[in-house]
Design a protein around this ligand. Structure first.
Ligand SMILES: Cc1cc2nc3c(=O)[nH]c(=O)nc-3n(C[C@H](O)[C@H](O)[C@H](O)COP(=O)(O)O)c2cc1C
Length: 329
């Protein structure tokens, strides 16, 4: 209290990229299921808002479409990779990622070597395979592939044999910082550090993979307790149920560099029809900016001001924990 909070700065740097706020668009497959503009809507909105988008390996549009959808050539994206059993195929995808010049970091998702039990998907039995671009990622999925659900179809070819020792090979292939998405324990966070990753991304895949896996915020507390050194050596991200500016700030207070949001952006994209999207994208205030980015931005700033902080570097555990619990973490 008694702190001048007139100005409040939410800017940060994530894996060397400037970001207007400490959150980013988490990689989520098949945005075209929600809106024909697909992932490119998100690319444009992110570019206008100065935020970073992580493109899914299972996007409904191609690497090149997203690269061309950027608002300026300086806008950089992150690429989320599902390594395939056929590593040559992964190499081809990564070559396109590098050649596009649009990506600055590689996020390897490791919490889905096989598909979790997704009952809702199975019940749906949707015939929507054609929205998956031939060139996006797995790309070889077609209607009538025999798969019983969309996600099962997408999971065809994903490597179940991926091991830590391969990280060096992905770093060599891309020359990019590597972040491991899907870390759920302190032990794995330590291994990621040991294998030279630039970041870790705590996530339980939005609760869509392993039943009863911990929410990322709990994993974050585990890391603080058992391996606080990881926060010095790597950038730590998380996602899963982040819906409020206060959620973002809590994660940052506990050591995260930024948080991802998946479904809020998918819903924002799906809720506005093509007309609304075009109109909004033409104006300087895109629909996503209004619906999600601005809402989040305002909430983040409000939370910071009410805590009495004016820059992200001032955040710390003392803002979310009682003295007693802070001492035990
Ligand atoms: C429809 C949908 C598709 C997703 N597709 C991917 C994907 O292709 N790759 C990936 O690493 N994570 C994927 N995820 C997981 C998200 O990246 C994220 O971990 C999760 O949605 C949690 O964030 P949220 O609660 O903000 O949605 C997907 C999630 C959803 C809901």
């Amino acid at each position: 209290m008694f702190i001048d909070v007139t100005n409040c700065d939410t800017t940060t740097t994530l894996l060397g990229l400037p970001s207007s706020s400490p959150f980013f668009i988490a990689p989520a497959a098949l945005a075209k299921l929600g809106h024909p503009g697909g992932e490119v809507n998100l690319t444009k909105a992110a570019g206008k808002a100065g935020l970073i988008q992580a493109m899914s390996n299972n996007a409904s549009q191609s690497i090149e479409e997203l690269a061309n959808g950027r608002v300026t050539p300086n806008q950089k994206l992150w690429f989320q990779l599902y390594v395939t059993t056929d590593r040559k195929k992964t190499e081809r995808v990564l070559k396109r990622v590098v050649d596009s010049g649009a990506f600055s970091a590689l996020f390897i998702t490791v919490d889905a070597p096989i598909l979790g039990k997704r009952e809702a998907d199975e019940r749906l039995k949707a015939e929507v395979m054609p929205v998956l671009s031939e060139t996006s990622g797995q790309g070889e999925v077609k209607s009538g592939s025999g798969a019983k659900s969309v996600t099962k179809a997408l999971a065809v070819g994903v490597a179940a044999d991926l091991v830590w020792e391969e990280i060096a090979y992905f770093k060599r292939l891309t020359g990019m910082p590597v972040v491991i998405k899907g870390i759920m324990t302190a032990e794995d966070a330590i291994l990621a550090m040991k294998y030279g990753c630039e970041g870790i991304y705590l996530s339980n895949h939005g609760g869509r993979q392993l039943d009863t896996s911990p929410p990322a915020m709990l994993t974050l507390l585990e890391l603080r307790k058992h391996c606080p050194e990881v926060f010095e050596k790597m950038e730590v991200f998380l996602d899963g149920g982040v819906r409020r500016g206060t959620d973002v700030i809590k994660a940052l207070c506990l050591g995260c560099k930024a948080v991802g949001m998946g479904r809020p952006f998918l819903y924002a994209n799906a809720c506005y029809g093509e007309e609304g999207v075009s109109k909004a994208i033409e104006s300087s205030c895109s629909f996503l900016k209004v619906l999600t980015t601005l809402v989040m931005q305002e909430e983040i700033e409000t939370c910071m001001r009410l805590l009495g902080v004016t820059s992200l570097s001032q955040l710390g555990p003392e803002y979310v924990l009682s003295v007693q619990s802070a001492l035990t973490l």
